[in-house]
Design a protein around this ligand. Structure first.
Ligand SMILES: [Zn+2]
Length: 183
């Protein structure tokens, strides 16, 4: 298992629609990839991670929802499609590709999603609340849509200075990681 580098806002791979997964072709490499994705997400305490957030052009994502007093719910979605949506939520959202940034985003309160699971079997997911939000957020990633583009124009403009500041910081961190360790 290995922790992968998470792409940050500004990297082109985040704004490109991902390619549908050919399950048979990916099957052999999938367990190791999913282990890495869960490990990477856990390392930063995320609730979801899309393959293009670690630079891979694949329509798949992992989600892990922790509810108080319950076992975490972990799920893999491969080639997900939204088939139904209803209701509305307007809550704070964050993203591993925008560390430190939170903003209120309008989402459907309930969704029905069809996908393949990690075994390549078709699944149908009925989700609400945080789980529904996570599914919509990850599916947006897979379509090349980052959460801030869901914000009204005025909110986007207000966030811009904070975003530029954060962007400069992410850049510094990533560059320092590329330098060899000092002895
Ligand atoms: Zn995200």
């Amino acid at each position: 298992m290995a922790i992968r580098r998470i792409c940050k806002y500004g990297e082109k791979v985040l704004e490109k629609k991902t390619r549908k997964v050919d399950f048979a072709a990916l099957k052999k490499d999938l367990p190791a990839l999913l282990d890495d994705m869960f490990e990477t997400m856990d390392a930063v305490g995320g609730a979801g991670l899309a393959a293009n957030q670690i630079g891979l052009d694949l329509r798949l994502a992992v989600i892990k929802i922790q509810r108080e007093g319950e076992e975490p719910l972990s799920i893999v979605i491969i080639n997900p499609e939204l088939v139904e949506r209803s209701g509305s939520l307007y809550e704070d959202e964050g993203c591993l590709s925008f560390p430190g940034l939170f903003a209120k985003v309008r989402r459907a309160a309930k969704v029905k999603v069809r996908a393949l699971n990690e075994k390549g079997l078709p699944i149908e997911i009925n989700a609400e609340g945080l789980f529904a939000k996570a599914l919509q957020h990850e599916m947006d990633h897979l379509d090349g849509v980052v959460f801030i583009s869901r914000l009204p124009l005025l909110s986007r403009l207000k966030l811009k200075p904070a975003l530029m500041k954060l962007k400069a910081q992410w850049k510094k961190v990533d560059e320092s990681k590329m330098k060899p360790a000092r002895l």
